[in-house]
Design a protein around this ligand. Structure first.
Ligand code: OAD
Length: 245
């Protein structure tokens, strides 16, 4: 006779993170809109728009080559690492506007990139044909072809282009038991609209030393850098998770 034992596997609460350039600032990667940010030194519509790519693709290849060389010399900081560690307690889902791979290198296993990925290139003809670059092969130019023979471009979502992962992001935010926004000026849409999809009653935290105005939302603002703010929030989140056990 067989006895069937039903094991009740307890699901971890869902912690959704929306990160922006500020989380990587302490890894030495410049933000876009702070003083001396990238958009102060480069005309944004030349290096990050679909029109810019049509006008001068060589400039855009050069711009992202420089970003890649900077990225391979950067390391994840404590904020990225704490998020990865929180997977012990939470089903952590990171939604990032960043094109760097520092969340992945810190160990986060569930990362959704809204604005593309620096270490990837894609076919100009077929957006689903994507190849990865390696640290010893970072540079592309207007003649770079993929293994399938197609001309390739940076795997970056330019201004004037749709954001393919936004629906998945909205779905994740609507499943959040806790939502945390880190290091973003909340000026670029649709990413900035994610706050609208949090279910009523879900705790929301926003870590940023110079936060945007979120007075219309029930948000606890932690006015600190990403590493200091995440150290503070980690204690709150671990306590919450232990209380639920
Ligand atoms: P921004 O440069 O607009 O904003 C950076 C935010 O990070 C600001 O709110 C800063 O106060 C904050 N910040 C600065 N240092 C910080 C630190 N040490 N810790 C925490 N926060 C810090 O960057 P994003 O909001 O990410 O898109 O920009 C959104 C999008 O605009 C980018 O993904 C990019 C850009 O154009 C594309 O290129 C498609």
């Amino acid at each position: 006779m067989y006895v069937t034992i039903f094991m009740c596997m307890k699901k971890k609460p869902v912690l959704v993170i929306s990160s922006g350039a500020g989380i990587s600032a302490e890894s030495g990667i410049k933000t876009f809109r702070d003083a001396d940010g990238l958009w102060e030194n480069y005309p944004v519509m030349d290096v990050a728009s679909a029109d810019g790519f049509r006008r001068n693709p060589a400039l855009i290849h050069k711009f992202y080559n420089e970003r890649r060389h900077q990225l391979v010399n950067a390391r994840p900081n404590e904020a990225h690492k704490i998020l990865a560690d929180l997977e012990k307690y939470y089903d952590v889902r990171v939604i990032t506007q960043n094109v760097d791979d520092l969340h992945e290198r810190a160990g986060s296993s569930n990362v959704l990139h809204l604005h593309g990925e620096l270490m990837k290139i894609r076919s100009i003809k077929n957006p689903d044909y994507i190849e990865e670059l390696s640290p010893d092969n970072l540079d592309t130019n207007v003649e770079t072809r993929g293994k399938n023979g197609d001309l390739m471009r940076p795997h970056i979502v330019f201004f004037q282009e749709p954001v393919p992962n936004i629906e998945k992001a909205v779905e994740e935010v609507s499943e959040a038991d806790i939502f945390v926004v880190i290091g973003t000026s909340l000026v670029v849409y649709p990413a900035a609209s994610l706050l609208n999809f949090v279910r009523p009653g879900v705790p929301v935290f926003y870590i940023d030393p110079n936060p945007a105005d979120v007075s219309g939302f029930p948000v606890k603002v932690i006015r600190k850098t990403a590493t200091a703010g995440m150290a503070e929030l980690r204690d709150i989140l671990v306590k919450k998770a232990e209380e639920k056990e």
